[in-house]
Design a protein around this ligand. Structure first.
Ligand SMILES: NC(=O)c1ccc[n+]([C@@H]2O[C@H](COP(=O)([O-])OP(=O)(O)OC[C@H]3O[C@@H](n4cnc5c(N)ncnc54)[C@H](O)[C@@H]3O)[C@@H](O)[C@H]2O)c1
Length: 252
């Protein structure tokens, strides 16, 4: 029960890593605000938590729109009066193309959903955390925030931006008892990264990707969530500004 009664916002909570985080934090006592643009998936996450006697509510938000993010924080303020933990996790892959062929519209979309969303989230979350005297934020970056990833220029740039924003905000608000970190997942089996579907599209690619990972397998969503939970817990009370690879050794 590391997070008993902690008001915990998770974006991208309708699916994959975000849903798994919502379930795991709820199991350890957190009161979950699950947010996503997909209301059906978000409500299913809440139903799963409530069916296990946890506490959760769903608020639909498009995190790429600052007005919606601000409204989300206002609703949390009105309903709970505080925000202990924020996990800015929503994201998309974007198209796969070489830089010279990468469509500008897709660049804008990926940058706004993956990178601007994290800035908007922190900009709206930090005032509440300052008011209450502290808090913890975890942003979901990627190993593509630590190294290049050919054919994914927008995704790579957006995740580098997430890490830069995380480090900067961590330095600004350390003195205010707000810890801000990022996790950097490697290929993690989820609706975003489905090795079987990928193999059907491009046979043999999943095996090649796996071969590059020193631990010779893909990550499970629970393994990303384990790192998030540690960063949010008191065990990490002096850890801030960290971009933590959860990557089976890929970036080693
Ligand atoms: N799965 C991987 O291999 C992997 C690797 C590295 C990083 N990540 C990152 O982890 C995070 C979660 O990914 P996942 O694997 O769980 O994928 P996922 O597709 O299962 O979940 C992403 C969620 O984000 C939501 N979302 C997308 N755009 C949104 C928007 N504008 N507003 C609100 N919600 C929005 C989706 O509806 C979805 O529920 C992402 O930031 C992703 O970039 C994933």
């Amino acid at each position: 029960m590391r997070f008993k009664n902690k008001i915990t916002l998770i974006t991208g909570a309708a699916s994959g890593i975000g849903r798994s985080a919502a379930l795991a934090f709820a199991k350890e006592g957190a009161i979950i605000v699950a947010s996503d643009r997909n209301d059906q998936g978000g409500k299913e996450t809440v139903e799963q938590i409530v069916s296990k006697k946890g506490q959760a509510t769903f608020i639909k938000t498009d995190v790429s729109k600052y007005e919606e993010v601000k409204k989300l924080m206002q609703q949390i303020h009105e309903e709970f009066g505080r925000l202990d933990i924020a996990i800015n996790n929503a994201g998309i892959n974007g198209v796969i193309a070489r830089t010279k062929d990468y469509p500008e519209d897709d660049w804008d979309k990926v940058m706004s959903i993956n990178a601007s969303s994290v800035f908007y989230g922190m900009k709206a979350q930090i005032p509440m955390m300052l008011e209450q005297g502290g808090g913890v934020i975890v942003n979901t970056a990627s190993i593509a925030g630590l190294k290049g990833l050919p054919n994914s220029i927008a995704y790579t740039a957006s995740k580098h931006a997430v890490i830069g924003a995380t480090r900067t905000a961590a330095m600004e608000y350390g003195r205010n008892n707000i810890r801000i970190n990022a996790i950097c997942p490697v290929f993690t089996v989820s609706p975003m990264f489905d090795p079987d579907a990928l193999d059907k599209m491009a046979q043999g690619i999943p095996d090649k990707l796996k071969a590059n990972v020193p631990m010779k397998r893909f990550a499970k969503v629970e393994e990303q969530v384990g790192a998030m939970m540690w960063l949010c817990s008191d065990q990490a009370s002096f850890v801030t500004g960290l971009a933590l690879p959860v990557d089976g050794g890929l970036t080693a």
